[in-house]
Ligand binder design. Structure first.
Ligand code: UDP
Ligand code: MG
Length: 224
């Protein structure tokens, strides 16, 4: 049974560890974190990887937006506010949504084994630690590297049709700031562990996908 979401702590204190060991073992469950600035193309490349390699794609942003719209959710207003301001929603919410989605995907597949692309998460170091401690260790990080100017153009273009409350110039500025100040340290942390596969996300989606496959094959072997 998926667990219900705990109320986030608001006193700035880290909550006590919920569990002493992760829910999923890395021998059953493969987790690839997919990181990159807003508009780098994480969602697009994840969709390509799902199609060709059969990963389960979980976008933290999509899960938060779904929770925001879920009738009866006690977190709707909080999530809306954080997203509009490009801030990071308290991790208890996001981590529980991710764990629930992983549990549901495994239940649906009828297997204890699964391969997940976790897109747009972790965006802050404490989220990374907490997720690995309580849900599952990550095998590696796929990092889509893209200049801000290119990401800005893409987001403004997407904003014409996305209906997303954060695809506007002001929210985009705030999201870039959060990315540089808070999320890049996560990439650096995994880089030091030798877990990062970096792909230049400036070219066209097709070209980025070709490079992505090449880098993943080099790292994980042909059968990844
Ligand atoms: N978000 C969050 N925690 C996460 C992932 C996303 O708080 O772990 C929020 C954050 O406010 C972020 C927004 O959701 O700016 C949109 O995230 P998404 O990944 O959908 O946007 P992208 O960066 O892919 O354009
Ligand atoms: Mg996305």
């Amino acid at each position: 049974m998926p667990r219900s979401i705990e109320a986030p702590k608001t006193d700035g204190q880290l909550p006590p560890p919920v569990k002493s060991s992760p829910t999923f073992s890395p021998s059953d469950v493969t987790v690839l974190f997919v990181l990159g600035g807003p508009g780098a193309g994480k969602g697009t490349q994840c969709a390509n990887l799902v199609k060709k390699y059969g990963f389960t794609h979980l976008s933290a942003g999509d899960l938060l937006r779904a929770e925001q719209e879920r009738p009866g959710s006690q977190f709707g207003d909080l999530i809306r506010d954080y997203i509009k301001n490009g801030l990071i929603v308290p991790m208890e919410v996001t981590i529980q949504l991710l764990e629930n989605a992983m549990t549901e995907a495994l239940q649906k597949s009828g297997s204890s084994k699964g391969r997940f692309l976790i897109d747009g998460f972790p965006r802050k170091l404490d989220q990374a630690h907490k997720f690995e401690e309580s849900v599952c260790t990550a095998k590696m990080v796929l990092f889509f590297d893209c200049p801000e100017k290119v990401m800005e153009e893409r987001l403004l273009e997407r904003g014409k049709t996305s209906g997303r409350a954060d695809d506007n110039a002001e929210s985009i500025r705030k999201r870039f700031r959060t990315f540089i100040e808070t999320s890049m340290p996560v990439v650096d942390y995994y880089e030091k562990q030798g877990k990062v596969v970096k792909v230049d996300a400036t070219p066209s989606p097709d070209d980025v996908f070709i490079k992505t496959q090449k880098h993943l094959t080099e790292r994980l072997g042909k059968e990844f």
